[in-house]
Design a protein. Structure first.
Length: 165
């Protein structure tokens, strides 16, 4: 059962580790193995959130979320996004950025480090949006009731016209 369920996961992992040994030797194998364990362990919290989102979707949108969404999250954000960041901030083509990542790791690292302010600003704004959604979304359960409860004047101004007194 385990092998039947996870055969593709095991196959992709084995290929990735083999490519790591081929490309960078046993040191790369160790780094890839550590990053894989880290990625798996940190993905459990995302799985819980995603399960909550998925249960509210129709079967069609669940399938889209699990295929397109996972492809974007895994390959887009971990493979393509760093290359795009380097290409945009260093004013290089994506092909030059990939070539730089494969051939001149020190220069690529420097370009990613130089892009840190833009990356941090994007991440900070994303976290602010999540926080504001948490604070201002109307929920049945209030964790910080004094902060999450809308004031009477704001409740009236945001309410639909037909429900106004």
């Amino acid at each position: 059962m385990l092998l039947k369920t996870f055969r593709w996961s095991f196959a992709v992992t084995a290929v990735g580790l083999a490519l790591g040994v081929w490309y960078g030797g046993w040191t790369a194998f160790g780094v890839i193995a550590i990053l894989a364990v880290l990625e798996i362990s940190l993905s459990f919290d995302n799985a819980v959130v995603n399960a909550g989102i998925l249960k509210k979707m129709s079967a069609f949108w669940q399938k889209i979320f699990l295929t397109v969404g996972v492809l974007i999250a895994v390959f887009g954000m971990r493979l393509a996004f760093p290359v795009v960041i380097v290409a945009v901030t260093a004013k290089k083509s994506p092909f030059e950025a990939v070539n730089l990542a494969l051939t001149d790791k020190d220069r690529y690292e420097q370009l990613v480090t130089d892009a840190h302010p833009a990356i941090a600003a994007f991440g900070g704004m994303f976290l602010l949006m999540i926080f504001l959604d948490f604070i201002f979304e109307d929920r049945d359960i209030k964790w910080l009731g004094w902060l999450e409860r809308p004031s009477p004047s704001s409740a009236r101004s945001t309410c639909c016209p037909s429900a106004s007194p």
